[in-house]
Design a protein around this ligand. Structure first.
Ligand code: G3H
Length: 249
């Protein structure tokens, strides 16, 4: 069976009460007739309850991070249990901004993936190389190392989407070419086929993130191993996000 497309909108640390309300309303309208793609949006933790209650149509709501520890005496953290209790079923883990600015290691990301799946959340697990790593020809080593740390902690692959996000393409306007992205996606799928199983490799969605816009998404999506997108900046504009989703149908 062909893989259905998957598009995530990562709102990152953006939004006010007014802008989130207006984006939620616009998205509910612009995406109301979309059928055939799995779509999630990830507002900030503070905005999650509002978006969860007010979004309409085919969009699920996703968190941007969780604690690896679960509920308890962990000041400032949000647990998988809390999300699940609230009705939220998705979380982004291992985003390069968490790795870079909050020093999240492969090991910690693996623990978070394990805990999220244990608590019945689904996970968008991110991998991606920096510009320096690409220039040093280390892309394959980096993304497969990151993928192994994730894979070692996956108990149910049907609840995992892998996001390939080259760090040099995030928020820079410098999107990977369809060929560059396809090469890495193929490498990731081959790794999963060899190290996990061919059926998991066949079924798992591998999505691309990094300066995806309505003008470049179609050509990227035409590549065999690109199953959708994790969109940052363009997901803050309802029309652009809807156009990106439609390019995957
Ligand atoms: O999670 C999304 C990515 O970091 C991509 O962000 P961007 O579309 O603003 O480049």
């Amino acid at each position: 069976m062909p893989r259905s497309s998957f598009v995530g909108g990562n709102w990152k640390c953006n939004g006010t009460c007014n802008s989130v309300s207006s984006l939620t309303q616009s998205l509910s309208t612009t995406t109301s007739n979309i059928v055939g793609a799995e779509v999630v949006v990830a507002p900030s933790t503070l905005h999650l309850p509002f978006v969860f209650k007010n979004i309409r149509g085919p969009i699920q709501v996703c968190a941007q991070n969780i604690s690896s520890t679960g509920s308890g005496a962990f000041t400032g953290e949000i647990s998988a249990e809390m999300l699940h209790d609230f009705g939220i079923r998705w979380v982004i883990l291992g985003h390069s901004e968490r790795r870079k600015f909050y020093h999240e290691s492969d090991e910690l990301i693996g623990e978070k993936v394990r805990y999220a799946l244990l608590k019945k959340l689904s996970v968008i697990a991110c991998v991606g190389e920096s510009l320096e790593e690409r220039k040093n020809d280390e892309t394959t080593n980096v993304v497969t190392r990151q993928l192994k740390a994730i894979s070692d902690n996956v108990s149910d692959w049907s609840r995992v989407v892998i996001a390939y996000e080259p760090v040099w393409a995030i928020g820079t306007g410098e999107v990977a070419t369809p060929e560059q992205a396809q090469t890495v996606h193929e490498t990731l799928r081959e790794w999963i086929s060899k190290e996990v199983s061919s059926s998991v490799a066949e079924d798992v969605r591998i999505i691309y993130g990094g300066s995806v816009k309505p003008g470049n998404s179609k050509l990227l999506f035409e590549k065999a191993d690109i199953d959708g997108f994790l969109v940052g900046g363009a997901s803050l504009k309802a029309e652009d996000f809807a156009a990106i989703i439609k390019s995957t149908l």
